[in-house]
Design a protein around this ligand. Structure first.
Ligand SMILES: Cc1cc2nc3c(=O)[nH]c(=O)nc-3n(C[C@H](O)[C@H](O)[C@H](O)COP(=O)(O)OP(=O)(O)OC[C@H]3O[C@@H](n4cnc5c(N)ncnc54)[C@H](O)[C@@H]3O)c2cc1C
Length: 362
């Protein structure tokens, strides 16, 4: 939306359809259980107004691409010349009995678990990635932040481990990232089990595949991302949408998709922003803007919270050069490295008191 405004200006009229009234900026979600008040919320209609786009409340319910019409959950029909589908992914709990960490809404439950470790009710905690097809960094961050939290309280005997189906940590980002994370986990006494899926958790034991088991009093897992089944939008069996390098949905005219809803395996905010840039360029060019649209060429900028100094990882994917450093590798060194979003949000007022009030944050 922001990229399109910048590239195409008045050549396009933009309408934002959203079921939510607020935009939640939650890149620091993993730090919430340790240090409150990091999530900010913004009024979406006000954001739309500031960006010069119309705001329509409602959810996308169906697409009739041959008529260039969408239907909303409120039964309204909206005509379009070009449609961009950016519905994200649903966060589905994947391991029975585990605490599924989806974001700030699970911060209190995670805080409860920290309390259990501090009181020695639980001492063995496993952090589990249920599928390699998700953004795994938050899991490593949670494990590292937990260790730091416990060390600062003089609790040194908690057994922390990470179980992941990845061949090495952050395997999608290449060797350099994996080596740095592995070394860091080792230094912080966090055991790493790579190439392992969790089959079940019960009676203090995790059963792993292809082999092995692990004793654990508590399990923290990330969610399994699942796409959406919107009539009229072709998707794979997990609900994800196939797009070309410019974000055009396969076999559908004038429909684009960006972000976690696409089949691209790295589900990360910075990547979503890069996909959106490619979509915006393509639409702006069609609308008559003087530019040649460039395709999506993914470069991950990942800022990993460790409890001490953060680690910056920059990786061209798949299989391009990658580097990791404790010095910033991009500027400004933000958690979501999008060209438009952070500068735009800096011009708006957020409701920072919301997170402090203790009300539920989605
Ligand atoms: C714990 C955790 C920490 C993370 N930390 C980071 C991080 O530090 N940095 C980073 O880059 N990435 C991070 N990520 C990943 C990042 O959150 C996602 O990759 C990113 O939010 C994807 O953006 P998106 O726009 O595709 O989807 P979303 O951000 O999920 O947005 C989708 C939007 O679509 C709306 N929607 C849903 N259904 C409909 C419908 N039918 N009609 C209309 N609208 C609809 C939703 O309300 C939502 O507002 C993290 C993820 C998790 C789980």
């Amino acid at each position: 939306m922001l990229a399109l405004r910048e590239l195409a200006g008045d050549l396009v009229d933009v309408e934002l359809l959203s079921p939510e009234h607020h935009f939640w900026y939650r890149p620091l979600a993993v730090a919430e259980p340790f240090e409150r008040s990091l999530v900010r919320r913004y009024e979406l209609p006000a954001m739309a107004h500031a960006a010069g786009v119309a705001f329509t409340p409602g959810a996308l319910a169906a697409v009739e691409a041959d008529r260039h019409v969408v239907r909303t959950s409120r039964g309204v029909e909206i005509e379009y010349d070009v449609l961009v589908v950016a519905l994200g992914a649903k966060a589905v709990p994947a391991i029975e009995g585990a605490l599924t960490f989806r974001g700030p809404s699970d911060a209190d439950r995670f805080g409860w678990l920290l309390g259990e470790i501090e009181e020695a009710v639980a001492r063995r905690v496993a952090f589990v990635l249920p599928t390699a097809a998700t953004w795994s960094l938050p899991l490593y961050e949670l494990a590292l932040l937990t260790r730091e939290h416990l060390d600062r309280r003089g609790i040194h005997d908690a057994e922390l481990s990470v179980v992941t189906p990845e061949s090495s940590p952050l395997s999608a980002l290449g060797r350099a990232a994996g080596d740095v994370v592995s070394q860091l986990l080792g230094k912080r006494r966090i055991r790493l089990h790579c190439g392992r899926h969790v089959v079940s958790f019960g009676r203090g034991r995790l059963e792993l595949a292809p082999a092995g088991s692990l004793l654990a009093d508590r399990v923290v897992a990330l969610a399994r991302p699942e796409g959406h089944s919107i009539p009229g939008v072709p998707h794979d069996r997990d609900g994800f949408v196939e797009v070309d390098g410019h974000g055009r949905v396969t076999d559908l005219e004038d429909v684009y998709a960006a972000g976690d809803i696409t089949r691209f395996p790295v589900k990360q905010g910075g990547i979503a922003a890069q996909q959106a840039d490619a979509v915006a360029e393509s639409i702006a060019a069609c609308a008559g803007a003087d530019l040649v649209p460039s395709p999506f060429e993914p470069v991950v900028h990942a800022l990993m919270l460790t409890g001490r100094e953060p680690v910056y990882i920059r990786a061209e994917i798949p299989a391009g050069p990658a580097e990791a450093s404790t010095d910033p590798l991009w500027w400004p060194p933000s958690k979501i490295a999008g060209r438009h979003l952070a500068p735009f949000l800096a011009t708006l007022e957020s409701d920072d008191t919301y997170a402090r009030s203790g009300r539920a944050v989605p």
